[in-house]
Design a protein around this ligand. Structure first.
Ligand code: ADP
Ligand code: NI
Length: 217
């Protein structure tokens, strides 16, 4: 099977698998990450086939939606790619991307590094910030029935991976616990540039939010 055919089959598989997914982790999120990855890849020397497969499969079974089990996503992705007769070395690289892409409170160190992981991670992070990032965050907070904002509950900046995963804090806190930290964690130059503009938009959004909340507008 050629690469184009494998990508097409992967798109169909992901669309079908994510058809009932939460709105911030659905096919449209995956599609945006694919497009962002391909955009960033233009300014990097990378294998676009690996990047595309990594982007397409990175949220195939997010542990948040599978009782915290981090092994299902890589397993499902590996089985699918084996059935497509993808080279073992490519499968291994894609699985490493899936295993190492996540933020998890910013407290985990990578067990693997590659330019391809850098690109897909930046693309996923870009989709966590800016206007789309804000929408996804409130959608997730609603999905978990969290309050939007509570001025009495401060953001927690030094959470362990477990605390981050189990947090039930107001959704606005997530801006301080993750979204606003991402621009300084971007790997690629293109990613950094794109993140800066989205970051400024979030700062403007928060300023307006507090002004409205405080009755100043
Ligand atoms: P990571 O594991 O890299 O943090 P996630 O899949 O957890 O990635 O996060 C993706 C997006 O889901 C976040 O950018 C945010 O929009 C939303 N999200 C995740 N956790 C929370 C949370 N505790 N509160 C609000 N939104 C969240
Ligand atoms: Ni993602």
């Amino acid at each position: 099977m050629n690469e184009k055919q494998i990508i097409e089959n992967t798109i169909s598989f992901v669309k079908e698998t994510l058809k009932n997914a939460e709105g911030g982790h659905d096919w449209f999120h995956t599609h945006r990450v694919l497009k962002n990855s391909q955009l960033i890849a233009k300014t990097e020397e990378v294998n676009v086939f690996i990047i595309s497969l990594g982007a397409l499969l990175h949220d195939i079974a997010d542990s948040k939606f599978h009782n915290g089990d981090e092994t299902i996503g890589p397993k499902v992705a590996a089985e699918f790619l084996q059935n497509q007769n993808v080279d073992a070395i490519v499968i291994e690289h894609v699985i490493q991307i899936i295993n190492n892409i996540s933020f998890k409170g910013g407290k985990v160190t990578r067990t693997f590094s590659s330019k391809e992981l850098d690109v897909v991670q930046d693309a996923d992070r870009l989709d966590a910030i800016g206007a789309v990032g804000i929408a996804r965050t409130f959608n997730y907070g609603g999905f978990k029935n969290r309050v939007i904002y509570n001025p009495e509950i401060q953001p927690a900046l030094n959470m362990t991976k477990e605390e981050y995963k189990n947090s039930t804090a107001p959704t606005i806190n997530h801006f301080y616990e993750k979204l606003l930290l991402l621009k300084d964690k971007m790997n690629t130059e293109t990613g950094k540039q794109l993140a800066q503009q989205r970051h400024e938009f979030m700062e403007l959004y928060l300023k307006q939010f507090y002004a409205e909340w405080g009755g100043e507008l």
